[in-house]
Structure formats: structure tokens, C-alpha cells
Design a protein. Structure first.
Length: 263
């Protein structure tokens, strides 16, 4: 009887040892699996951080490239605008000199109905012609601020009526009409005590404003008179009093034309 119990005890003990060994083995396997998963997750997190850092570097490079591209575009636009304004200033200076020469040396202007042939030119006419060319070269060689002041003075002499004979200079009147066709708005010039002032209006929309030439800073002063039907389309700067240089006139009227065309 004791032997039987002893055998059962040994069998139970062996089974228990086997179960404990199997459980210990499974525990070790679970621990190994857990450590492997932990290392794998840690590796994934590290890879994620590296990828995020690379992505951030690429975004910084993209932002820098975009900034450099915009800066290059602005520089090119500024250079194109500067060259265009320089060409326009030279053209306006030449036109101003030609208009002034109508009163002084009519024989030099081709539109003069009484042209003087080369054989009939006198010594005095040759001196006047040289004087006109000298004035043109001198006007072109002035600094930008002096050129702007001369252009404004030229415009004053062209558009402001002198005395009671507004139709005395038909060429100036045609130049006035040409200017209005270029800006696509009605232009009226006033030369009062407060300075040279230009009233500009777009009759279809009712939009109107004034430009006053400020001699000392060499700038135009914009002041709104009425937005008319452009009140909803007008940008903020069109509603405010602003100042800009002569070189920005082209950009100024281009932006106004864009708003008027949308209206």
C-alpha cells in the first residue's frame, strides 16, 4: 500500500516538475518575445525620428529654395521695372524737350508745316538746333530726382492753360489725349498755389482720386475722392492716403487698371 502511494507521489512530482519546467520555458520565451518586440518598437521609433528629421530638413530646404526664388523674382522684376522706368524717363525727357522746342525752334520739329530745307537753313537756325540737342543731352544726364522734377515742370507747361487761349497749342492737347488713353482715365491738371495737382477719374465706375506732386521728397501723394462702384472690389491701399515715387507710377496705374477691369 505504501509502495503504491509512493509511486503515485513520484509520478505526481515528476509531472509537477515537468509542468514547472514547461511553464518556466514558456515564461522565458514570452520574455524573449517581449524583449524582441520592445527592441523592434524602439527601432521603429528611432527610424521615425530620423525620418521626421529628414522631412524637416527637406522642408527647410524647400522653404529656403522658395524664398530664394521669390527674392530672385523680385530682384528681376525690380531690375526690369527700373530699366523700363529709365527708358520711359528718357523718352519723356526727349518728348518734353521736343515740346518745349516748339516755342523756341520750330524749324527743328518735323511736324512744323513750314519746314526749312537743309540748303535754306541759316547760321542762326543751326545754332538753335545745336542748342536743342544740347538741352536734350543735358536733361538725360541729370540725376533721377532732377529728372522727375523736370518731368513735372514739363507736364505743367504742357497741360496747364496759360491765359484765355486754351486751344493755343494743339500738339499739347493731343499729348494730353494720348496720356488719357494710356491710363484709360480722364486726367485734369491744376497748377495752384499748393503745388502741382492731377485729378484722375474713371467716368464709367465713378472712381476718382487726386495726385499731388511733393517737390522736396520727390514723391506723388495719392488721395481718394470717390470709389464709385468699385467699393467692393477696391483693395485697402486704394482707400488710404499713400505716397510713391515717380518710378512706381507704372505699377500704380497697372494695379488700378486691374481693379477697374474686374469691375
Amino acid at each position: 500500500m505504501e509502495r503504491k502511494f509512493y509511486d503515485k507521489y513520484n509520478a505526481f512530482k515528476k509531472r509537477k516538475l515537468l509542468d514547472e519546467g514547461l511553464e518556466r520555458k514558456q515564461e522565458e520565451e514570452r520574455k524573449e518575445l517581449y524583449d524582441a518586440m520592445k527592441d523592434w518598437i524602439s527601432g521603429l521609433e528611432k527610424d521615425k525620428e530620423e525620418l521626421n528629421q529628414k522631412l524637416s530638413d527637406k522642408e527647410d530646404e524647400l522653404d529656403k529654395a522658395r524664398h530664394d526664388l521669390l527674392a530672385d523674382i523680385r530682384a528681376r522684376d525690380s531690375e526690369i521695372l527700373r530699366l523700363k522706368q529709365l527708358l520711359d524717363e528718357k523718352t519723356k525727357t526727349g518728348n518734353c524737350t521736343a515740346i518745349r522746342s516748339v516755342e523756341q525752334t520750330p524749324e527743328v520739329i518735323w511736324e512744323n508745316p513750314t519746314r526749312i530745307s537743309p540748303r535754306r537753313k541759316t547760321k542762326q537756325s543751326n545754332i538753335k538746333e545745336k542748342r536743342v540737342h544740347l538741352n536734350e543731352n543735358t536733361a538725360i544726364s541729370h540725376s533721377s530726382h532732377e529728372e522727375e522734377s523736370q518731368e513735372v515742370s514739363c507736364l505743367t507747361s504742357v497741360f496747364v492753360d496759360s491765359g484765355n487761349e486754351p486751344n493755343e497749342r494743339p500738339s499739347m492737347h493731343m499729348f494730353h489725349l494720348l496720356l488719357q488713353s494710356l491710363v484709360r482715365m480722364k486726367v485734369t491738371v491744376h497748377d495752384g498755389t499748393e503745388g502741382f495737382l492731377v485729378s484722375v477719374s474713371h467716368e464709367a465706375s465713378g472712381y476718382s482720386f487726386t495726385l499731388t506732386w511733393l517737390e522736396k521728397p520727390g514723391e506723388w501723394s495719392y488721395k481718394l475722392s470717390s470709389l464709385g462702384t468699385l467699393e467692393r472690389l477696391a483693395v485697402n491701399w486704394m482707400k488710404e492716403d499713400i505716397r510713391f515715387s515717380m518710378n512706381m507710377c507704372c505699377v500704380f496705374f497697372e494695379r488700378i487698371s486691374n481693379v477697374i477691369m474686374r469691375g
